[in-house]
Design a protein around this ligand. Structure first.
Ligand SMILES: Cc1cc2nc3c(=O)[nH]c(=O)nc-3n(C[C@H](O)[C@H](O)[C@H](O)COP(=O)(O)OP(=O)(O)OC[C@H]3O[C@@H](n4cnc5c(N)ncnc54)[C@H](O)[C@@H]3O)c2cc1C
Length: 368
Protein backbone atom coordinates (compact mmCIF):
# COMPACT_ATOMS: atom_id res chain seq x y z
CA UNK A 1 0.00 0.00 0.00
CA UNK A 2 2.81 2.39 0.94
CA UNK A 3 4.24 2.01 -2.58
CA UNK A 4 0.86 2.49 -4.27
CA UNK A 5 0.72 -1.12 -5.43
CA UNK A 6 -2.75 -2.02 -4.15
CA UNK A 7 -6.38 -1.27 -4.89
CA UNK A 8 -9.57 -1.96 -2.85
CA UNK A 9 -10.68 -5.58 -2.97
CA UNK A 10 -14.41 -5.92 -3.86
CA UNK A 11 -15.59 -8.47 -1.27
CA UNK A 12 -13.82 -7.33 1.91
CA UNK A 13 -12.10 -4.42 3.62
CA UNK A 14 -8.76 -5.74 2.31
CA UNK A 15 -6.56 -4.37 -0.44
CA UNK A 16 -5.83 -6.37 -3.60
CA UNK A 17 -2.27 -6.45 -4.90
CA UNK A 18 -1.67 -4.74 -8.23
CA UNK A 19 0.22 -7.58 -9.88
CA UNK A 20 2.19 -5.28 -12.20
CA UNK A 21 3.26 -2.77 -9.54
CA UNK A 22 4.00 -5.62 -7.13
CA UNK A 23 6.86 -6.78 -9.36
CA UNK A 24 8.72 -3.61 -8.41
CA UNK A 25 7.70 -3.99 -4.74
CA UNK A 26 9.20 -7.50 -4.76
CA UNK A 27 12.42 -6.24 -6.41
CA UNK A 28 12.68 -3.59 -3.70
CA UNK A 29 12.11 -6.09 -0.86
CA UNK A 30 14.76 -8.44 -2.27
CA UNK A 31 17.26 -5.60 -2.66
CA UNK A 32 16.58 -4.18 0.81
CA UNK A 33 17.06 -7.63 2.37
CA UNK A 34 20.55 -7.91 0.87
CA UNK A 35 19.65 -11.00 -1.17
CA UNK A 36 21.70 -11.67 -4.31
CA UNK A 37 19.00 -12.00 -6.98
CA UNK A 38 19.73 -14.68 -9.59
CA UNK A 39 16.88 -14.49 -12.08
CA UNK A 40 16.98 -16.20 -15.50
CA UNK A 41 18.44 -19.45 -14.15
CA UNK A 42 16.50 -22.70 -14.21
CA UNK A 43 17.24 -25.36 -11.60
CA UNK A 44 18.01 -28.54 -13.53
CA UNK A 45 19.76 -30.92 -11.14
CA UNK A 46 20.81 -31.28 -7.50
CA UNK A 47 24.43 -31.67 -6.38
CA UNK A 48 24.35 -34.70 -4.10
CA UNK A 49 26.77 -36.38 -1.71
CA UNK A 50 24.92 -39.55 -0.83
CA UNK A 51 21.56 -38.46 0.57
CA UNK A 52 22.72 -34.93 1.31
CA UNK A 53 22.10 -32.05 -1.09
CA UNK A 54 25.07 -29.68 -1.39
CA UNK A 55 23.78 -27.25 -4.01
CA UNK A 56 22.12 -27.03 -7.38
CA UNK A 57 22.99 -27.03 -11.08
CA UNK A 58 21.31 -24.33 -13.11
CA UNK A 59 21.03 -23.66 -16.84
CA UNK A 60 20.77 -20.21 -18.37
CA UNK A 61 21.82 -18.28 -21.46
CA UNK A 62 25.32 -18.29 -19.94
CA UNK A 63 25.30 -22.09 -19.88
CA UNK A 64 25.54 -24.46 -16.93
CA UNK A 65 26.48 -23.27 -13.44
CA UNK A 66 26.91 -24.99 -10.08
CA UNK A 67 25.72 -23.12 -6.99
CA UNK A 68 26.92 -24.59 -3.71
CA UNK A 69 24.79 -23.90 -0.67
CA UNK A 70 24.89 -24.33 3.09
CA UNK A 71 21.20 -25.28 2.98
CA UNK A 72 18.78 -25.61 0.04
CA UNK A 73 15.19 -24.30 0.11
CA UNK A 74 12.88 -25.73 -2.56
CA UNK A 75 10.15 -23.16 -3.34
CA UNK A 76 9.54 -24.25 -6.95
CA UNK A 77 5.81 -24.94 -6.49
CA UNK A 78 6.42 -28.38 -8.06
CA UNK A 79 9.05 -29.78 -5.65
CA UNK A 80 11.49 -29.94 -8.58
CA UNK A 81 14.53 -29.96 -6.29
CA UNK A 82 13.15 -32.47 -3.79
CA UNK A 83 11.97 -34.79 -6.58
CA UNK A 84 15.25 -34.73 -8.48
CA UNK A 85 17.22 -35.14 -5.26
CA UNK A 86 15.37 -38.41 -4.70
CA UNK A 87 12.94 -37.34 -1.96
CA UNK A 88 9.61 -39.12 -1.92
CA UNK A 89 6.84 -36.99 -3.46
CA UNK A 90 3.23 -37.65 -4.39
CA UNK A 91 0.71 -36.24 -6.83
CA UNK A 92 -3.07 -36.36 -6.69
CA UNK A 93 -4.37 -38.60 -9.53
CA UNK A 94 -4.71 -36.59 -12.75
CA UNK A 95 -8.49 -36.93 -12.92
CA UNK A 96 -8.79 -35.38 -9.43
CA UNK A 97 -6.10 -32.69 -9.74
CA UNK A 98 -7.33 -29.10 -9.36
CA UNK A 99 -7.69 -27.55 -12.83
CA UNK A 100 -5.08 -25.16 -14.28
CA UNK A 101 -6.09 -21.67 -15.43
CA UNK A 102 -5.06 -19.01 -17.92
CA UNK A 103 -5.65 -15.81 -15.96
CA UNK A 104 -6.20 -12.54 -17.81
CA UNK A 105 -7.16 -8.90 -17.33
CA UNK A 106 -9.17 -6.46 -19.45
CA UNK A 107 -8.99 -2.72 -19.98
CA UNK A 108 -11.58 -0.20 -21.15
CA UNK A 109 -14.35 -1.38 -18.80
CA UNK A 110 -16.96 1.20 -17.77
CA UNK A 111 -16.60 0.82 -14.00
CA UNK A 112 -19.86 2.59 -13.13
CA UNK A 113 -21.98 0.38 -15.39
CA UNK A 114 -20.09 -2.75 -14.39
CA UNK A 115 -20.57 -2.15 -10.63
CA UNK A 116 -24.23 -1.14 -11.09
CA UNK A 117 -24.81 -4.47 -12.84
CA UNK A 118 -22.96 -6.39 -10.09
CA UNK A 119 -25.13 -4.70 -7.44
CA UNK A 120 -28.32 -5.42 -9.37
CA UNK A 121 -27.33 -9.10 -9.80
CA UNK A 122 -25.44 -10.01 -6.62
CA UNK A 123 -23.73 -13.40 -6.78
CA UNK A 124 -22.86 -15.54 -3.76
CA UNK A 125 -20.48 -18.41 -3.16
CA UNK A 126 -23.46 -20.72 -3.60
CA UNK A 127 -23.32 -19.80 -7.30
CA UNK A 128 -20.01 -21.64 -7.56
CA UNK A 129 -22.21 -24.75 -8.08
CA UNK A 130 -22.40 -24.72 -11.85
CA UNK A 131 -21.71 -26.86 -14.90
CA UNK A 132 -19.96 -30.02 -13.80
CA UNK A 133 -18.78 -28.45 -10.53
CA UNK A 134 -20.32 -28.53 -7.08
CA UNK A 135 -18.91 -26.92 -3.99
CA UNK A 136 -19.19 -27.92 -0.33
CA UNK A 137 -19.29 -24.93 2.02
CA UNK A 138 -19.73 -24.60 5.77
CA UNK A 139 -23.10 -22.94 5.05
CA UNK A 140 -22.17 -19.32 5.84
CA UNK A 141 -20.46 -18.91 2.44
CA UNK A 142 -23.74 -19.59 0.60
CA UNK A 143 -25.05 -16.16 1.61
CA UNK A 144 -21.79 -14.24 1.13
CA UNK A 145 -21.18 -11.96 -1.83
CA UNK A 146 -18.76 -13.38 -4.41
CA UNK A 147 -17.33 -11.43 -7.38
CA UNK A 148 -18.58 -14.24 -9.58
CA UNK A 149 -19.41 -14.22 -13.30
CA UNK A 150 -21.46 -16.94 -14.93
CA UNK A 151 -24.52 -15.50 -16.65
CA UNK A 152 -22.68 -13.88 -19.61
CA UNK A 153 -21.15 -17.26 -20.43
CA UNK A 154 -24.53 -19.02 -20.27
CA UNK A 155 -25.81 -16.40 -22.71
CA UNK A 156 -22.74 -16.86 -24.91
CA UNK A 157 -23.37 -20.61 -25.00
CA UNK A 158 -27.03 -20.05 -25.88
CA UNK A 159 -26.00 -17.73 -28.72
CA UNK A 160 -23.39 -20.17 -30.06
CA UNK A 161 -20.41 -17.93 -29.24
CA UNK A 162 -19.10 -20.52 -26.77
CA UNK A 163 -19.52 -24.18 -27.81
CA UNK A 164 -22.26 -26.00 -25.90
CA UNK A 165 -19.94 -28.61 -24.43
CA UNK A 166 -17.57 -26.02 -22.97
CA UNK A 167 -19.15 -25.65 -19.53
CA UNK A 168 -16.00 -24.72 -17.59
CA UNK A 169 -15.84 -21.02 -18.53
CA UNK A 170 -16.97 -18.97 -15.54
CA UNK A 171 -15.52 -17.81 -12.25
CA UNK A 172 -14.36 -14.70 -10.46
CA UNK A 173 -13.08 -11.21 -11.18
CA UNK A 174 -10.52 -9.69 -8.84
CA UNK A 175 -10.48 -5.89 -8.86
CA UNK A 176 -11.80 -3.02 -10.93
CA UNK A 177 -9.98 0.30 -11.34
CA UNK A 178 -11.39 3.78 -11.99
CA UNK A 179 -9.31 3.75 -15.20
CA UNK A 180 -11.30 0.75 -16.51
CA UNK A 181 -8.94 -2.13 -15.79
CA UNK A 182 -10.77 -5.32 -14.74
CA UNK A 183 -8.11 -7.61 -13.35
CA UNK A 184 -7.49 -11.23 -12.26
CA UNK A 185 -10.21 -12.72 -14.40
CA UNK A 186 -10.15 -16.30 -13.16
CA UNK A 187 -12.59 -17.67 -15.73
CA UNK A 188 -10.77 -20.33 -17.73
CA UNK A 189 -10.29 -23.73 -16.07
CA UNK A 190 -8.65 -26.70 -17.76
CA UNK A 191 -8.90 -30.02 -15.93
CA UNK A 192 -6.84 -33.12 -16.67
CA UNK A 193 -3.46 -31.41 -17.12
CA UNK A 194 -0.29 -32.20 -15.15
CA UNK A 195 1.82 -29.07 -14.52
CA UNK A 196 5.04 -31.12 -14.34
CA UNK A 197 4.66 -32.22 -17.99
CA UNK A 198 5.85 -29.74 -20.63
CA UNK A 199 3.42 -31.10 -23.22
CA UNK A 200 0.49 -30.53 -20.84
CA UNK A 201 1.77 -27.03 -20.02
CA UNK A 202 2.05 -26.23 -23.73
CA UNK A 203 -1.43 -27.52 -24.48
CA UNK A 204 -2.96 -25.78 -21.45
CA UNK A 205 -1.36 -22.43 -22.18
CA UNK A 206 -2.46 -22.36 -25.83
CA UNK A 207 -5.96 -23.76 -25.26
CA UNK A 208 -6.36 -21.47 -22.24
CA UNK A 209 -5.54 -18.38 -24.30
CA UNK A 210 -8.06 -19.49 -26.94
CA UNK A 211 -10.78 -19.89 -24.30
CA UNK A 212 -9.85 -16.61 -22.59
CA UNK A 213 -10.49 -14.77 -25.85
CA UNK A 214 -13.92 -16.42 -26.07
CA UNK A 215 -14.59 -15.22 -22.52
CA UNK A 216 -13.53 -11.67 -23.45
CA UNK A 217 -15.95 -11.68 -26.37
CA UNK A 218 -18.75 -13.06 -24.17
CA UNK A 219 -18.19 -10.30 -21.61
CA UNK A 220 -18.19 -7.64 -24.35
CA UNK A 221 -21.48 -8.92 -25.74
CA UNK A 222 -23.34 -9.89 -22.58
CA UNK A 223 -21.92 -8.10 -19.53
CA UNK A 224 -22.95 -4.45 -19.04
CA UNK A 225 -19.92 -2.18 -18.74
CA UNK A 226 -17.66 -4.39 -20.88
CA UNK A 227 -19.01 -3.33 -24.31
CA UNK A 228 -15.93 -1.27 -25.24
CA UNK A 229 -13.41 -3.33 -23.30
CA UNK A 230 -10.49 -5.36 -24.64
CA UNK A 231 -7.97 -7.93 -23.48
CA UNK A 232 -5.24 -6.17 -21.45
CA UNK A 233 -2.92 -9.12 -20.77
CA UNK A 234 -2.70 -12.85 -20.08
CA UNK A 235 -1.06 -14.05 -16.85
CA UNK A 236 2.73 -14.37 -17.13
CA UNK A 237 2.47 -18.14 -16.85
CA UNK A 238 -0.18 -20.83 -16.91
CA UNK A 239 -1.74 -20.92 -13.42
CA UNK A 240 -0.97 -24.33 -11.91
CA UNK A 241 -2.55 -25.22 -8.56
CA UNK A 242 -1.71 -28.80 -7.86
CA UNK A 243 1.33 -30.96 -8.65
CA UNK A 244 3.93 -32.70 -6.47
CA UNK A 245 3.88 -32.54 -2.69
CA UNK A 246 6.70 -33.93 -0.57
CA UNK A 247 6.32 -36.87 1.77
CA UNK A 248 7.38 -34.92 4.86
CA UNK A 249 8.39 -35.90 8.37
CA UNK A 250 4.81 -34.87 9.18
CA UNK A 251 2.08 -34.73 6.53
CA UNK A 252 -0.81 -32.38 7.29
CA UNK A 253 -4.28 -33.92 7.29
CA UNK A 254 -7.84 -32.79 6.62
CA UNK A 255 -8.44 -33.02 10.37
CA UNK A 256 -5.53 -30.59 11.03
CA UNK A 257 -6.79 -27.86 8.71
CA UNK A 258 -10.49 -28.29 9.56
CA UNK A 259 -10.19 -28.78 13.32
CA UNK A 260 -7.51 -26.29 14.37
CA UNK A 261 -4.46 -28.62 14.48
CA UNK A 262 -1.92 -27.75 17.18
CA UNK A 263 1.79 -28.69 17.13
CA UNK A 264 4.71 -28.19 19.55
CA UNK A 265 7.01 -27.39 16.63
CA UNK A 266 4.71 -24.70 15.16
CA UNK A 267 6.36 -22.26 12.75
CA UNK A 268 3.23 -20.20 12.09
CA UNK A 269 -0.54 -20.16 11.92
CA UNK A 270 -3.11 -19.97 9.12
CA UNK A 271 -6.87 -19.43 9.34
CA UNK A 272 -9.45 -22.03 8.44
CA UNK A 273 -9.44 -21.21 4.72
CA UNK A 274 -10.03 -24.15 2.38
CA UNK A 275 -10.41 -23.86 -1.38
CA UNK A 276 -10.15 -26.75 -3.81
CA UNK A 277 -11.47 -30.21 -4.78
CA UNK A 278 -15.03 -28.90 -4.40
CA UNK A 279 -14.51 -27.54 -0.85
CA UNK A 280 -14.83 -23.86 0.01
CA UNK A 281 -14.56 -22.54 3.56
CA UNK A 282 -13.68 -18.88 3.97
CA UNK A 283 -11.63 -17.43 6.85
CA UNK A 284 -14.29 -15.46 8.71
CA UNK A 285 -14.50 -17.14 12.11
CA UNK A 286 -11.12 -16.60 13.80
CA UNK A 287 -10.48 -20.36 13.82
CA UNK A 288 -6.93 -21.29 12.77
CA UNK A 289 -4.42 -24.13 12.66
CA UNK A 290 -0.68 -24.26 13.33
CA UNK A 291 1.91 -25.45 10.81
CA UNK A 292 4.53 -27.82 12.18
CA UNK A 293 8.22 -27.47 11.23
CA UNK A 294 8.22 -31.16 10.24
CA UNK A 295 5.81 -30.51 7.33
CA UNK A 296 8.65 -28.60 5.61
CA UNK A 297 11.20 -31.42 5.85
CA UNK A 298 11.29 -34.06 3.09
CA UNK A 299 12.02 -37.67 3.92
CA UNK A 300 15.07 -39.27 2.34
CA UNK A 301 17.15 -36.14 1.59
CA UNK A 302 19.23 -34.18 4.10
CA UNK A 303 20.01 -30.46 4.02
CA UNK A 304 16.81 -29.67 2.12
CA UNK A 305 13.73 -27.79 3.29
CA UNK A 306 10.64 -26.80 1.27
CA UNK A 307 8.13 -23.94 1.26
CA UNK A 308 4.87 -23.09 -0.49
CA UNK A 309 2.26 -25.38 -1.93
CA UNK A 310 4.61 -28.41 -1.97
CA UNK A 311 4.78 -28.93 1.83
CA UNK A 312 3.77 -32.35 3.12
CA UNK A 313 0.07 -33.05 3.40
CA UNK A 314 -2.90 -35.03 2.13
CA UNK A 315 -5.28 -33.93 -0.60
CA UNK A 316 -7.71 -32.05 1.64
CA UNK A 317 -4.98 -30.24 3.58
CA UNK A 318 -3.65 -28.95 0.25
CA UNK A 319 -6.85 -26.90 -0.10
CA UNK A 320 -5.56 -24.81 2.84
CA UNK A 321 -1.76 -24.93 2.58
CA UNK A 322 -1.75 -23.99 -1.13
CA UNK A 323 -3.30 -20.60 -0.35
CA UNK A 324 -0.95 -17.68 -0.89
CA UNK A 325 -0.70 -16.46 2.67
CA UNK A 326 -0.07 -19.99 3.93
CA UNK A 327 2.76 -20.20 1.38
CA UNK A 328 4.09 -16.96 2.90
CA UNK A 329 3.98 -18.58 6.37
CA UNK A 330 5.89 -21.68 5.25
CA UNK A 331 8.25 -19.46 3.22
CA UNK A 332 9.21 -17.47 6.29
CA UNK A 333 9.46 -20.66 8.36
CA UNK A 334 11.73 -22.39 5.84
CA UNK A 335 13.95 -19.35 5.29
CA UNK A 336 14.40 -18.68 9.00
CA UNK A 337 15.02 -22.39 9.68
CA UNK A 338 17.75 -22.50 7.01
CA UNK A 339 19.41 -19.39 8.48
CA UNK A 340 19.20 -20.63 12.10
CA UNK A 341 20.55 -24.01 10.98
CA UNK A 342 23.60 -22.38 9.31
CA UNK A 343 24.17 -19.94 12.18
CA UNK A 344 24.12 -22.63 14.86
CA UNK A 345 25.84 -25.24 12.67
CA UNK A 346 23.01 -27.71 13.29
CA UNK A 347 21.50 -29.92 10.57
CA UNK A 348 17.94 -29.05 9.56
CA UNK A 349 16.83 -32.48 10.69
CA UNK A 350 17.93 -31.95 14.31
CA UNK A 351 17.39 -28.21 14.58
CA UNK A 352 16.61 -26.79 18.01
CA UNK A 353 12.95 -25.84 17.57
CA UNK A 354 13.15 -23.37 20.46
CA UNK A 355 15.82 -21.34 18.64
CA UNK A 356 13.78 -21.35 15.44
CA UNK A 357 10.59 -20.25 17.23
CA UNK A 358 12.48 -17.54 19.13
CA UNK A 359 13.75 -15.99 15.89
CA UNK A 360 10.31 -16.23 14.24
CA UNK A 361 8.77 -14.46 17.23
CA UNK A 362 11.50 -11.81 17.09
CA UNK A 363 10.36 -11.22 13.49
CA UNK A 364 6.79 -10.80 14.81
CA UNK A 365 5.54 -14.05 13.27
CA UNK A 366 2.58 -15.46 15.18
CA UNK A 367 3.21 -19.11 15.97
CA UNK A 368 0.56 -19.86 18.62
C1 LIG B 1 -5.15 -19.26 -11.21
C2 LIG B 1 -4.87 -19.35 -9.75
C3 LIG B 1 -5.64 -18.62 -8.86
C4 LIG B 1 -5.37 -18.67 -7.49
N1 LIG B 1 -6.11 -17.91 -6.63
C5 LIG B 1 -5.77 -17.86 -5.34
C6 LIG B 1 -6.45 -17.00 -4.43
O1 LIG B 1 -7.37 -16.29 -4.81
N2 LIG B 1 -6.03 -16.97 -3.13
C7 LIG B 1 -5.00 -17.74 -2.69
O2 LIG B 1 -4.64 -17.62 -1.52
N3 LIG B 1 -4.35 -18.60 -3.52
C8 LIG B 1 -4.71 -18.66 -4.82
N4 LIG B 1 -4.05 -19.53 -5.67
C9 LIG B 1 -3.03 -20.44 -5.12
C10 LIG B 1 -1.69 -19.79 -4.91
O3 LIG B 1 -1.53 -18.71 -5.81
C11 LIG B 1 -0.52 -20.77 -5.11
O4 LIG B 1 -0.77 -22.02 -4.50
C12 LIG B 1 0.76 -20.20 -4.50
O5 LIG B 1 1.07 -18.95 -5.10
C13 LIG B 1 1.93 -21.15 -4.67
O6 LIG B 1 3.09 -20.50 -4.17
P1 LIG B 1 4.50 -21.21 -4.27
O7 LIG B 1 5.47 -20.22 -3.74
O8 LIG B 1 4.45 -22.57 -3.68
O9 LIG B 1 4.74 -21.44 -5.84
P2 LIG B 1 4.83 -20.36 -7.02
O10 LIG B 1 4.16 -19.09 -6.64
O11 LIG B 1 4.37 -21.10 -8.24
O12 LIG B 1 6.38 -20.05 -7.12
C14 LIG B 1 7.31 -20.97 -7.65
C15 LIG B 1 8.43 -20.20 -8.29
O13 LIG B 1 9.50 -21.09 -8.60
C16 LIG B 1 9.91 -20.85 -9.94
N5 LIG B 1 10.40 -22.15 -10.45
C17 LIG B 1 9.69 -23.28 -10.61
N6 LIG B 1 10.47 -24.26 -11.06
C18 LIG B 1 11.72 -23.75 -11.18
C19 LIG B 1 12.97 -24.29 -11.59
N7 LIG B 1 13.09 -25.59 -11.96
N8 LIG B 1 14.06 -23.46 -11.59
C20 LIG B 1 13.93 -22.15 -11.21
N9 LIG B 1 12.77 -21.59 -10.81
C21 LIG B 1 11.68 -22.40 -10.78
C22 LIG B 1 8.68 -20.37 -10.67
O14 LIG B 1 9.04 -19.64 -11.81
C23 LIG B 1 8.02 -19.52 -9.60
O15 LIG B 1 8.50 -18.21 -9.62
C24 LIG B 1 -4.31 -19.50 -7.04
C25 LIG B 1 -3.53 -20.25 -7.94
C26 LIG B 1 -3.81 -20.16 -9.28
C27 LIG B 1 -2.94 -20.95 -10.24
Amino acid sequence: MAMGATTPEPQSSSQAIDGEAFKHVADTLVTEAGITPMLHRMFVAPIMEGNTIKGVITESKAGREAILAGRVVDATGDADVAYRAGARTRKTPLEEMIAVSVMFSMSGVNKKRFIEHVKANPATYHDWNYGEWSVETSGKEDEMFSPFLKKPFDQARASGLIPDGLSTIGGTWGAIYDEGDLTYLNLVHLPGLDGTKPEDLTRGEMEGRRQALMAVEALKQFNPGCEEAKLRNFGMTLGVRDTRKIDAHYNMTAQDVREQGRFDDSIGIFPEFLDGYGILILPTTGRYFQLPYRTLLPQGVNNLIVAGRITGGDKDSHTATRNMMCCAVTGQGAGVAAAVSVLHKKPLETLNIGLLQKELKRQAARID
